[in-house]
Design a protein around this ligand. Structure first.
Ligand SMILES: [Zn+2]
Length: 299
């Protein structure tokens, strides 16, 4: 008998962390690989600490913020598409990650049914799940892994001289090398934009990483944008905040504001990798102020 009362037991989840919705004819399943604790000092690096701390307290956020590791699976046109993969076991001190294989199975999604993977960018908290042997060993040999040429080129020989990355440079470097080696023959690089399946388009934005990309899902007049790391916690409320994980902070801000304006104008569903699960919401705007409005759950 299992005496474990935690939600991170290796064999089962008390909180299964999955949510299912539809965008027109396209099925969207939101899963989580877990969560990683991120010091708030990595947020708002261009903001006075007092102002940053006041904003954090105003949003009931502690000094160390849990970042969710949201992943989605999309079914369209006979293809099953995994978008990002969480951190897996790439951060050994994190005990609350590496849940993706378990949660895919719990959601009834066979790893061998995945025809395509879209990687928004080659950071360990987006590629790490693919390096987990439980996933890697069950992946079909003809899976197509879509990632921008720009990120493949950059992470082939990354230059981190302008960034601190909260001291994570070596993990970012070793994970990206591991990924590029392990998936060399499955990589399906795109330049600016690629339609992976009907209504599922990946578009390079740059900013967070040189080849960072977002995924737009559209069907029957409905839309959802998966914004990857174009914004992180407090990114809707404080879009001018730079963070320690942006490779090109000023460009990242331009990308973020542009995506927020687009989401506010369309009223589309909008989600990002590290917002609170299931991270499905809309962006409202009042003057220059954006506000995140969680989507109504469909029970
Ligand atoms: Zn990330």
């Amino acid at each position: 008998m299992c005496m474990c009362h935690g939600i991170y037991h290796p064999d089962h989840d008390i909180v299964p962390s999955r949510y299912v919705t539809r965008v027109g004819e396209i099925e969207v399943i939101v899963l989580s690989d877990g969560a990683i604790p991120v010091p708030a000092a990595g947020l708002g690096t261009n903001i006075e600490p007092e102002e940053r701390d006041a904003a954090l307290r105003g949003h009931f956020l502690p000094d160390i913020v849990d970042w969710g590791l949201n992943v989605i699976v999309v079914r369209s046109g006979g293809r099953t598409i995994l978008i990002d993969s969480g951190v897996g076991e790439e951060m050994p001190e994190s005990t609350r990650t590496g849940r993706l294989a378990l949660r895919l199975k719990a959601a009834g999604i066979a790893i061998g049914s995945i025809t395509d993977v879209i990687i928004t960018h080659i950071h360990m908290d987006h590629i790490g799940g693919l390096l987990d042997e439980r996933l890697r060993s069950e992946m079909r040999p003809d899976v197509r892994v879509h990632v921008s040429h720009t990120d493949i080129d950059f992470f082939g020989a990354p230059d981190f001289s302008n960034n601190t990355f909260g001291g994570l440079q070596e993990i970012i470097r070793s994970s990206s090398r591991h990924f590029l080696d392990a998936y060399q023959s499955e990589l399906h690089p795109f330049d600016k934009e690629f339609q992976v399946a009907p209504g599922v388009v990946v578009t390079r934005t740059g900013g967070h990483t040189p080849g960072h990309s977002v995924v737009r899902i559209s069907s029957q007049g409905q839309r959802l944008t998966f914004a990857g790391d174009a914004l992180v916690p407090l990114g809707v409320e404080c879009p001018e905040w730079q963070n320690a994980f942006d490779h090109e902070p000023e460009e990242a801000t331009r990308v973020r504001v542009s995506l927020l304006k687009e989401a506010a104008a369309t009223g589309e569903l909008f989600m990002a990798s590290h917002l609170s699960f299931p991270a499905l919401g809309r962006v409202a705007v009042n003057g220059n102020a954006f506000r995140y409005v969680p989507a109504t759950w469909g029970y």
